[in-house]
Design a binder for this molecule. Structure first.
Ligand SMILES: [Fe+2]
Ligand SMILES: [Fe+2]
Length: 292
């Protein structure tokens, strides 16, 4: 196989939605069997070889999309019931908007929580990226630090994307669901972008409420697993590495840690909104970087 073909294959892997796990598997298999693809990738004129990376138990690190130092143990002690009571007019609008968005979601997915979670994660990973990008541009325009908020919001986007990479290992989207993702992303990205430009404090409040709904959905998901309505299958390999879960972890463990992540996102976004409701700039309050 010539170098061009290998490069094209790698590009295809790195740009597909499930690139994380597939590239991970490819890297693992090529390193295990000494396959030629990895050697050719390294021998590219511009190629930068990856140093040998291992898990704590010494086995080869199979993922290219996240590294061992980016993994963590979810803080399961977080209060899941916290709620921001809407008091101001804009808070009430944000709250009602999220409650309204829930209606079509409930009607479409009903109790198909795997599918529902997978689809919602495609939306959940958007606000952090939009907010992070706009704060990045603001920092450049004003020659000012962001107080760590760019990093915190991009971390959130990445964390949500890892939720999606985990869910696609459990649920395979059908063609019409992929079509729905395309449509929803097109609408939601632009709507959220405009909202963040107009009022970042309302945008963060909306996300705070979306995260409260995510906690509720994952709690219902867990109930169905506990009641035996959804099979408690073994946890995907990517989830075990990302959340440092034990080898015998199951779907229930994965949903539990994802729900804890959502509770952290809820806190970060309500906090970001509160700062701005008090008439301050986000950069005036240190961002909760690495808050999991
Ligand atoms: Fe999520
Ligand atoms: Fe979230």
């Amino acid at each position: 196989m010539n170098r061009l073909v290998v490069t094209k294959r790698l590009l295809r892997f790195s740009t597909s939605s499930a690139s994380c796990s597939r590239l991970g598997r490819m890297m693992m298999s090529s390193s295990v069997d000494g396959g030629s693809e990895e050697k050719k990738m390294v021998s590219s004129y511009w190629g930068i070889s990856r140093p040998k990376i291992a898990r704590e138990d010494g086995t080869q690190w199979p993922w290219n999309c996240f590294m061992p130092w980016e993994t963590y143990r979810a803080d399961l002690s977080i209060d899941l019931s916290k709620h921001h009571v809407p008091k101001t007019f804009t808070d009430k609008v944000a709250y009602r908007t999220v409650k309204l968005l829930r209606i079509p979601t409930d009607l479409f997915f009903k109790r198909r929580y795997g599918c529902r979670a997978m689809m919602l994660e495609t939306v959940a990973a958007v606000p952090g990226m939009v907010g992070g990008m706009l704060l990045h541009l603001k920092s450049l325009r004003r020659f000012q630090h962001s107080g760590g908020w760019i990093k915190a919001l991009l971390e959130e986007a990445e964390n949500e994307r890892m939720h999606l990479m985990t869910m696609v290992e459990l649920v395979q989207p059908k063609w019409y669901e992929r079509l729905l993702v395309l449509t929803v992303q097109g609408v939601f990205f632009n709507a959220f972008f405009v909202l963040y430009m107009l009022s970042p404090k309302v945008a963060h409040r909306v996300v705070g409420y979306l995260e409260e709904e995510a906690i509720h959905s994952y709690t219902e998901y867990l109930k169905d697993i506990e009641d035996g309505k959804i099979e408690n299958v073994p946890a995907p390999a990517i989830a075990k590495d990302y959340w440092r879960l034990p080898k015998d972890s199951t779907l229930k463990d994965v949903i539990t840690v994802i729900r804890a992540d959502e509770a952290h996102h809820r806190d970060v976004n309500h906090f970001a909104s509160d700062i701005q409701f008090q008439g301050k700039d986000l950069s005036e309050a240190p961002a909760p970087i690495g808050y999991h």
